[in-house]
Design a binder for this molecule. Sequence first.
Ligand code: SAH
Length: 226
Amino acid sequence: MNKDIKHLIEDIESEVQYTSAYIGKSKLDKRVMQTMARVPREEFVPKTMQYAAYDNGPLPIGHGQTISQPYIVALMSDLLSLKPEDRVLEIGTGSGYQTAILAELCEKVFSIERIAELSRQAEERFSKLNYKNIETRVGNGYQGWQEHAPYDGIIVTAAATHIPQPLIDQLKPGGNLVIPVAMSHFSQSLMRVKKDLDGEIETQDILNVVFVPLVNDEQDKSNSVH
Ligand code: SAH
């Protein structure tokens, strides 16, 4: 492991310890942490930000968006409880870093991004790093991706105003949806939504977080008409 990644892993481990009262554990899943130690984050940040690629913080990636903090990427991956044979839907490809982590943890990742240029750049990174189990699409992830549903896990990496019903519908019984939900202008809560085998939904607040907003284009268009 290179020295910078080693430091990053230590920083994530200590933040997990520090937040253990909220997240209910003092260590994240071993497979998740091994994956965090393997995926080169420097490939997912702009050239001008390379020096900070292994800092445990978010970084700008252009278009007003950010690559998420590595601790949050690890935590959200852990909360999905993925098995190697699982298929996952991600909303908000962004840099593609979280997508790559998921691609190492499960069979197939479907990822939607609304900004075409970010999606294109992420695609380039996936082919450079030889990921063959990622399918991307440009569009509004609020609606999910019906064609490949249902999913064993769904992850949203932008803050929604509420839990989108299409995503609940596209989640397999027994699966987890991990999503930041805005409680007010100032506070967002990372939530885990579990669908049990009878299709019943149980939601759990995990931690206060800060994400860029999930932009629901159709909704915003209809708002501007009224
Ligand atoms: N996981 C990414 C996070 C990027 S920030 C990373 O670590 O790089 C969140 C991303 O969600 C942004 O790229 C933003 O454009 C995208 N986004 C916001 N609303 C969206 C929507 N409705 N559908 C798809 N993508 C959306």
